[in-house]
Design a protein around this ligand. Structure first.
Ligand code: GDD
Ligand code: MN
Length: 363
């Protein structure tokens, strides 16, 4: 059984597979290790390249996932697919410095540590040639991470680290597994203080292929934070749905004023038209964000919109009835209204998940 498993999540990294395995072979020449690529069915057939390589090199393995995406879940599924007592995660594009792995292993072997993190903000560490915007973004992410993570980490957004199997076993059932930031998830999910060491490294520039970090990854980060903060009470998808709803309320207030003042409509008309526009806006936002994994296109987009309209009308009706009833029972105004909104939105969310975006449909 290998002592160390190096987990490499990949998506469209075909041209990096050979250089990375060669670099690992060199860096880990005195260590009994295996490399587990976890590929999400990349269109560039990364998995095929790994599979071919594994015929020659038995230390190379593949976990090939279909209909799945996500760096964090890929990393953990790779860890669960091996028996090694020490587990490293490294990007598949050679941006992380694999020559640090033996030192990380040495630190963990010595005992007393759960986790060794490759940090860009530690002595000897650097962001490399990051654009100014990317540095600022990383900074913002770092600030926000303090909301969920009590342990001190100079680089909580790092994707390069090594941990012990026993630490993984302690946290694996509490992980959110949303998005890119698996290290933050691992540390924030811990029921006990985590013994961490950080060592500096310089983030290299990508030579081949392209980064998958985009706006969506930012949204997923927000989801991870929400899930870590409130996920035990409210599903994160419902929180996003509610967020979209809140945007809708603000948009409606604006639209009513606009339609009355600029277009000269009476209040009743303005309210009706703005409602229709806001329902369409919410549908679009939910299609792009909340239910993006089930995003509807073409005709299905249109029929989904009609269904969403019907669902929201019923939701509005129950909202008004519930609020009215509670009001009659003596509940104060803002509370009764809020209760109505919550009841209506739960209905809307239920119908949206089950009927509009059909989250349980098999593909
Ligand atoms: N299996 C799988 N599924 N792998 C993925 C996915 C996915 O959906 N998305 C990205 N990856 C793989 C990429 O193929 C690459 O090997 C690695 O995850 C990192 O993705 P990049 O797109 O290269 O991210 P980056 O370089 O912008 O950011 C990385 O480095 C930062 C600094 O350490 C990530 O590791 C960040 O999480 C990290 O903060
Ligand atoms: Mn990268």
């Amino acid at each position: 059984m290998p002592e160390l498993a190096v987990i490499v999540p990949t998506y469209n990294e075909r041209d990096n597979v050979l250089p990375l395995t060669a670099a690992l072979r060199l860096a880990l020449k005195d260590i009994d290790y295996e490399v587990v690529f976890v590929d999400d069915d990349s269109p560039d057939s990364t998995a095929e390249v790994v599979r071919r390589l594994s015929f020659e090199d038995p230390r190379v393995r593949i976990v090939h996932r279909v209909h799945r995406r996500g760096l964090a879940s890929a990393a953990v599924e790779g860890m669960m697919a091996t028996n090694a007592p020490y587990l490293a995660v490294i990007d598949g594009d050679l941006q992380h410095d694999e020559t640090l792995l033996p030192e990380m292993l040495r630190l963990l072997r010595a005992g007393g540590l759960d986790l060794v993190v490759g940090s860009r903000h530690q002595d000897g560490g650097s962001m490399g040639e990051f654009s100014a915007a990317r540095v600022a973004l990383s900074q913002l992410g770092r600030r926000l991470s303090a909301l969920v993570c009590r342990a001190h980490l100079s680089d909580p957004m790092s994707g390069f680290f090594m941990l012990t199997r026993s630490y993984l076993n302690d946290v694996v059932r509490s992980l959110s597994l949303i998005g890119f930031k698996i290290l933050l998830d691992l540390v924030a999910s811990s029921p006990r203080p985590v013994a961490i060491r950080e060592i500096g490294y310089t983030f290299r520039t990508r030579q081949r292929g392209e980064s998958k970090l985009d706006l969506l990854v930012g949204l997923e980060y927000l989801e991870l934070l929400l899930d870590k903060l409130f996920g035990e009470w409210v599903p994160v998808r419902y929180m996003l749905f509610g967020l979209v709803g809140a945007v809708g309320v603000a948009a409606q207030l604006l639209l009513v004023v606009l339609l009355m003042n600029a277009a000269g409509l009476l209040f009743g008309r303005a309210q009706l038209y703005s409602s229709i526009m806001v329902i369409a806006l919410n549908y679009t936002l939910n299609n792009q964000m909340t239910f993006r994994a089930r995003r509807l296109h073409g005709w299905r987009w249109l029929s989904g919109l009609v269904l969403f309209f019907c669902a929201c009308s019923v939701g509005l009706f129950s909202n008004v009835v519930a609020a009215g009833t509670l009001r009659k029972l003596g509940l104060q105004l803002p509370l009764a209204s809020l209760a109505g909104i919550v009841i209506g939105s739960i209905w809307n969310y239920g119908v949206s998940s089950i009927l509009v975006w059909r989250v349980n449909r098999r593909r």
